[in-house]
Design a binder for this molecule. Structure first.
Ligand code: UTP
Length: 291
């Protein structure tokens, strides 16, 4: 029987150490890309793909995420009183963003462990995982492209992008082969975490969008801590490989690593230049810089 992808898990319980001191009291996922917290880009992407339930894995110190997606009566009343209709709409849109559920990860024990915390809320059905710090600019939202691919193959799918040169060593890299008649898919036979350039099995690097079958939970429950002493999601997926088909998916779009300073700065420039209200003035400013 074909199953629909109805739920999306957002792991947001990490410590965000690359952005300290900004992330000492503010969750990394709430850092603004221009004027929107990075997690909101992902939530909007999931909702645009027809996902009905958003599950956010949070932790101590992350309550700003829950507040952000909740109604703010004081703010709404104040904006209404001042006749600031446009801002009021903007604020109301955020708190009306579909069904959100929260689950806690009591200790940052890795991405695999974070996803495992959503087991009971996901249940026995396929689900999406979106890493909030990967912000993807695409005509058709990346996770929408992946849901369509899932509807076709009914198997786990990992978003990948081609990474040239030594930069590949920062990623999980797929081994496998192209699929006849499906140019965007790559049948996975293995994965290597952060390989040296000469040991990388391909140029297909895994990024922060996944569709997983519920069989992943049993694997995450049995794997041992991997790199950095953390339970790695990729180790869980590797364990799944012996039993189920797993595909890489080369999506259309540009991925920004907003969890990293350089990536965030680049995303900030790209997104600002695309804005009708900010782009023209900002472009003039950049042109005037003596670089
Ligand atoms: P990252 O490795 O990018 O996040 O994980 P981090 O650990 O918070 O960041 P740095 O490296 O210290 O700067 C990707 C996503 O997975 C979540 C993070 O919140 C982030 O959104 N995550 C990571 C968890 O939810 N739990 C974890 O134990 C680890």
């Amino acid at each position: 029987m074909k199953q629909k992808v109805r739920k999306a898990v957002f792991p947001a319980a990490g410590l965000g150490t690359r952005f300290l001191p900004a992330t000492k009291a503010i969750p990394k996922e709430m850092l603004a890309l221009v004027d929107k917290p990075i997690i909101q880009y992902g939530v909007e992407e999931a909702l645009a793909a027809g996902i009905e339930e958003i599950i956010i894995v949070t932790a101590r110190g992350k309550s700003a995420i829950e507040d952000h997606f909740d109604t703010s009566f004081e703010l709404e009343a104040s904006l209404e009183k001042k006749g600031k209709g446009e801002l009021l709409d903007l604020v109301r849109q955020v708190s009306a963003m579909g069904r959100l559920a929260y689950v806690r990860q009591s200790e940052a024990r890795g991405l695999g462990h974070a996803v495992l915390q959503a087991k009971d809320l996901v249940g026995d059905e396929p689900f999406a995982v979106l890493l909030p710090d990967d912000v993807i600019d695409a005509e058709t939202p990346c996770i929408h492209q992946m849901v369509e691919a899932y509807n076709d193959v009914q198997a786990s799918i990992l978003a990948t992008m081609v990474v040239e040169g030594p930069a590949i060593s920062a990623y999980g890299v797929l081994d496998g082969k192209p699929v006849d008649g499906k140019p965007k898919l790559f049948e996975v036979s293995g994965m290597v975490e952060k390989p040296k350039l000469e040991e990388a099995p391909s140029k297909n690097a895994i990024i922060g969008r996944y569709i997983l079958t519920p069989a992943i939970f049993a694997k995450l429950e049995t794997i041992e801590p991997g790199a950095g002493g953390e339970l790695q999601l990729t180790d869980g997926i590797k364990a799944l490989l012996g039993e189920e088909s797993v595909y890489g998916f080369s999506f259309d779009g540009v991925r920004h690593d907003a969890g990293d300073k350089q990536g965030m700065l680049q995303a900030m420039v790209d997104f600002t230049l695309k804005r009708d209200d900010l782009g023209p003035k900002f472009r003039e400013y950049l042109k005037g810089l003596s670089l």
